[in-house]
Structure formats: C-alpha cells, structure tokens
Design a protein around this ligand. Structure first.
Ligand SMILES: Cc1ncc(COP(=O)(O)O)c(C=O)c1O
Length: 434
C-alpha cells in the first residue's frame, strides 16, 4: 500500500463536516487491509470471508476488441470474487497511481492518495458528503450536472450559481461573486463543484488561463475544487486540457475520474485522487456503506491496464475522441438542418451533449416531458440542470453518444415539429417573443 508523505500545509479539518470527523474505522475492514498487506505465512482467521470453493464460477474469459484476451481462474478468480480493502484492489490502486502520475504530473504527488469508488456518482456523493453540511454554501457552475444537485439538495446547503459562457465559468464573474459575498459578511464556500472538461450539460472546456485563474481564486478564498471530470479524455479541441489536479500546488483539488464513459458504465468504477487526509475520510465513509467498489470490475480493469499499458490506453482514448467528435459534428449538422430559425446552440468542445436554446419558448419542461414522448422524442429539459430548477429555462440537452445517424435525424425532425406546435399552443412562449 502507498506510503503517505505529508508535504501539504493545508488544514483539512476546516473542510470536513462534523459527521465526517466523527467517522471511525471498522475493525473488520482494517483487518482485511492488514491481511492483504501481510506476508503469505500469516494465517488469517480474522475475517468473515466466504470460501470461494462454494462459488459456482470457475473461469471467466475476457476478449478485447484488439484480439487480446485474458482468463480469470484459480487464485486470481478467487481474489476477484472476494472482499478486498475499502480503498480498492491493491494492484489496481498501484496501476492507477502510475496512470495518474503520467496523465497529470500532479505536484505534491507523494501526499496524495487514490480511492476506488463505484463510479463518478458515488465519488462525488462521498466527496461532497465529507465536506458540506447544513447552511454551507457550495459554488456550482450553472447549469450543472443534476447528479450533483441531488447529492447536495438534502444537505440544506446554499447553492452559489456561477454563470457560464461558451467557454465555461468566467473567473471574473466568480471573483465578483466571492468579493461581494465576503463584503456583505456572508458565510464563504468551502468547495466548488465543476466539470472543467465537457461540462454537463453545456459541453464547454475551460481554457488553461481560466483554470489557472480559478485555481488562484480558490487559494485566495480558501475553497476546495471538486473536479468531476468523466469527459477528460473526450475533448474535441486541438490541445489536451490540463487538469486542475496538474495545477494543484496546495492540495485543494479533489479529482474524480470515471471509467464509465471510456471502458464501461456497467463496471461501475471511478477514482478519487486527492490529498491523503481527504481520501482517508472517504474510505471511512465506504467502510460504513458498500465496503468497496466491485472487486470483479476492479480486477478486470487492472488486467486491461496491465495488458494495454499507458500508451495503448491513450490510443484507445484517442479513438474514442474521434468517434464522438464525428458524432458531435453529425448532430450539429442535423440541428442546423432541422432547427433553423427555431433554436441556437454552440458546438460542444467535449463530452456527449448538445445544449440547444429554443427561441420563443420560455420553458421547455412541459414540451419535453409531457408532449415529447407522444411525439416519439425524448430529450432532457434545461431546467433540470439549473441551480434554481423552479425557474423557467428555454434549453434542451440532446445526447449524441448512442443514437444512430438516422435516429438523431428523426429525433431532431420531431423536435422541430414539437417546437413549432409549442409556439402555436403558446402556453410557454416568452413575453419578449410575442
Ligand atoms: C458530470 C458527470 N458526473 C458524474 C456522472 C456519473 O457517472 P458514473 O457514476 O457512471 O461514473 C456523469 C454521468 O453522466 C456525469 O456526466
């Protein structure tokens, strides 16, 4: 297991909730950790592990799309079907440490740690729940991923929306928001939730200049940055985005990776990379919830990383980028064809989504959620992504990730009909457009 070297000066107790501070480790989980790290001659009667001989599985074969394959059997299969330490399958953790170091060259690397979580959603809920409590203000890009909204909402926090333009959060607006907040004596935020690359739903990518400035602001106003970055390798820009983690000289970035969009969403694997004391809090939370992310998935991911290595994984990501970029261009062409005179959109720079702003309609909710299905088209209404979902929103999020060209063509044709009908029905038309 990785040895933590404390080089970071930050006091994380300021950021943790009382609940998080009160968490204690489970002796049984600690024993599993000890057993995994112990020499082979140590006989453990300490744990409640079932005997793998009773399991019905004897062999699993996995074939990869490059023709290579691997087999899980014997001891390795036994390990893949067992309980493991909450932090993750040790071999995968080691491989991910190497991966993160190469991909991000993070400063203060020896003071950081990784915990394997069950997808980015699990990671963001565990990370946020370690930090936010009732009355805490949280900075969010507006619009933002509703999966973060549903984590935040029950904690009775105050959302501080930060408006985005076509290039993501504008640091000038962020600084202004914080300055006026401090001036009026309001409680200051401990954390900002952001997708720096391929913001969901708008598809923006923050420039390096903006990232640096936002990071400077985080240092100045002492908040953490939770960079939920599942589209990190799915950018359509010339240059690869530089992650917040790679800029983090103070230890205030919590980086969330997910294998969902690049290997399989069914594996349910994500990774939190952060300062070791924050990772330790999250591990304790896992000890009290689902114990660990699925071992079988972790072993499969480890074998893949081992067979492919870093370079082949990057090659895979490059292919994925081209795949989705082509689709992005296809849907943009179709949207131009069908929605001409009805709506506008910016070309997404990363991710899966086209953010369409409909003209002349104040709120798309009813149109999409009620009349959409009867017209044979389903898209996500913009209000679902807004910091204040009770406010009307004229946008719609359309995914270009999975549907075929013919399906996207038909969906946008149907959307155009839906919009035209809505304009005639008139119950959600903006005052200014009438
Ligand atoms: C920004 C963002 N975060 C997190 C998730 C959750 O992904 P998963 O839990 O599958 O990693 C998604 C999925 O769409 C997402 O877009």
């Amino acid at each position: 297991m990785h040895k933590y070297v404390p080089q970071i000066k930050m006091d994380y107790s300021h950021f943790k909730t009382d609940v998080s501070k009160r968490r204690r480790s489970a002796a049984t989980r600690e024993l599993t950790k000890i057993a995994y790290a112990a020499p082979h001659n140590v006989i453990s009667l300490a744990e409640g592990m079932p005997n793998e001989e009773t399991f019905p599985f004897v062999e699993m074969r996995v074939k990869l799309n490059d023709g290579s394959s691997f087999v899980l059997e014997g001891e390795e299969l036994g390990a893949a079907l067992q309980y493991i330490p909450s932090q993750g399958y040790p071999l995968l953790l080691q491989a991910m440490r190497e991966f993160q170091r190469k991909a991000h060259s993070p400063p203060l690397w020896e003071s950081r740690d990784i915990v394997v979580v069950s997808g980015g959603q699990d990671g963001l809920s565990k990370a946020l729940e370690a930090i936010i409590g009732p009355g805490d203000p949280v900075l969010v890009q507006d619009p933002f991923y509703p999966g973060a909204g549903v984590v935040i909402a029950p904690h009775l926090v105050e959302l501080i929306p930060v408006v985005q333009d076509d290039f993501g959060i504008d640091p000038i607006g962020l600084r202004e928001t914080l300055r006026s907040r401090r001036y009026s004596g309001k409680k200051m935020p401990k954390i900002m939730y952001i997708n720096a690359t391929g913001a969901n739903p708008t598809g923006t990518v923050l420039s390096l200049e903006r990232r640096k400035e936002i990071y400077r602001i985080a240092c100045e106003y002492n908040f953490l940055i939770l960079d939920d970055d599942p589209y990190h390798f799915m950018y359509f820009t010339e240059e690869a985005p530089k992650s917040f983690l790679s800029l983090d000289t103070e230890g205030r970035v919590i980086r969330l990776d997910s294998f969902s969009k690049v290997l399989s969403s069914g594996l349910r694997l994500g990774f939190i990379t952060a300062a070791a004391p924050l990772v330790a809090s999250i591990e304790l939370h896992m000890q009290s919830s689902h114990l660990h992310a699925p071992t079988l998935s972790q072993v499969i991911a480890y074998k893949l990383l081992k067979i492919w290595g870093y370079e082949k994984m990057m090659e895979h990501f490059r292919r994925i980028r081209l795949f989705y970029k082509q689709r992005r261009d296809l849907i943009a062409g179709l949207a131009k064809k069908h929605l001409h005179g009805l709506a506008e959109f910016s070309l997404p720079s990363a991710g899966f989504f086209l953010w369409i702003k409909v003209w002349g309609i104040k709120d798309t909710w009813k149109m999409v959620m009620q009349r959409g299905v009867t017209h044979g088209v389903l898209m996500a209404p913009g209000a679902a992504f807004m910091a204040d979902p009770s406010q009307p929103c004229n946008a719609i999020r359309a995914s270009f990730a999975k549907a075929s060209y013919e399906e996207m063509d038909l969906a946008l044709e149907r959307l155009a009909i839906l919009i035209r009908e809505e304009l005639v029905l008139g119950d959600s038309i903006t005052d200014s457009e009438i």
